[in-house]
Design a protein around this ligand. Structure first.
Ligand code: PAF
Length: 300
């Protein structure tokens, strides 16, 4: 296909999708469907689509009259030194896959369309939700989530979706977005769909593309570790024994986790005992060239 066709403000057809670069054009295209009472589903992505993204698109297609996917590698959620420059990109493939999975519109703005030169506003969810796990200042830090909530708030304002779809793989991101929606009264329902995994258990992620064959094999230890945590918690009834079993599984693959922790799934506060609210056990680790995250939700 001719990518030049995609650089203007006029939507162009690609497979079944119309591509928009400008928010004004997208808003205009959404006006009539909204007036007609059509429901709008939004699937926010940074592209390099995999089955995880496609499962969100298919769910949106099944539930909504009109499906919008955003495709934007959001610079404000990357800290200096992170992988913004090498983040995998393949727009042409993404547009075909999105169309195939049921997207009607793709919003793929340039950075300047989202962040004009004098952009000076941020949307920030405070407190433990953005300070633990990836939000710990020694890790990605709260600035990562400030970047996520700022861009997602902007997408909600541009698209005005009835439903927005996110993946459980980014469990902390989903909790943060739910809180933002509640606190700022966004009239949108948030749907969080299960992690989609490779045959050996590795959670699908655009960043898996960074793994060489040996690290790709080692990376499956993350999901095995979470399985060991869950199994041990159920068998031994002890959170600590579960986390220890998970660490042993990681160590066996030569992986030192940044964290392997259990927290209250909604508030991300520490869990001291089992038997109450759902527990989120999350792991992050550098495996070769890729920083990977994964998690399991345990109903104790
Ligand atoms: O999950 C992602 O891909 C991104 O964090 C999101 C939600 C599209 C915001 O840039």
């Amino acid at each position: 296909m001719n990518l030049d066709l995609l650089s203007g403000d006029t939507p162009t057809r690609n497979a079944a999708v119309s591509v928009f670069r400008a928010k004004a054009a997208l808003r205009a295209a959404l006006e009539q469907p909204r007036r007609d009472g059509q429901t709008i589903g939004l699937v926010p992505t940074m592209g390099y689509l995999h089955e995880g993204h496609l499962s969100l698109l298919r769910a949106a297609r099944a539930e909504c009259d009109l499906v919008v996917m955003s495709l934007f590698v959001n610079p404000t959620q990357f800290a200096p030194g992170e992988d913004l420059d090498r983040y995998p990109r393949d727009e042409e493939r993404d547009l075909w896959l999105a169309g195939d999975a049921g997207a009607d519109f793709v919003y793929a703005p340039a950075v300047a369309e989202v962040y004009p030169d004098d952009f000076s506003t941020a949307v920030e969810v405070g407190g433990p939700l953005t300070e633990v796990f990836d939000g710990d200042p020694a890790r990605r830090g709260p600035g990562h989530f400030r970047g996520v909530t700022t861009v997602v708030a902007k997408l909600f304002n541009v698209v005005g979706p009835d439903v927005a779809y996110f993946g459980q793989k980014d469990a902390q991101q989903a909790a943060v977005i739910r809180r933002m929606v509640r606190d700022l009264d966004f009239p949108v329902r948030i749907e969080v769909l299960p992690i989609v995994r490779e045959a050996d258990g590795l959670a699908m992620s655009s960043r898996n593309a960074y793994l060489d064959p040996r690290d790709r094999e080692r990376a499956a230890a993350l999901s095995r570790a979470l399985g060991a945590v869950e199994r041990t918690i159920r068998e031994a009834g002890s959170l600590q024994a579960g986390l220890d079993a998970g660490r042993r599984e990681l160590a066996g693959a030569g992986i030192e986790p940044e964290y392997l922790e259990a927290r209250d799934a909604e508030r991300l506060e520490p869990v001291t005992e089992l038997g109450g609210r759902p527990v989120l056990v999350a792991v992050a680790a550098q495996v070769g060239a890729a920083r990977l995250i994964d998690n399991v939700l345990i109903h104790t």
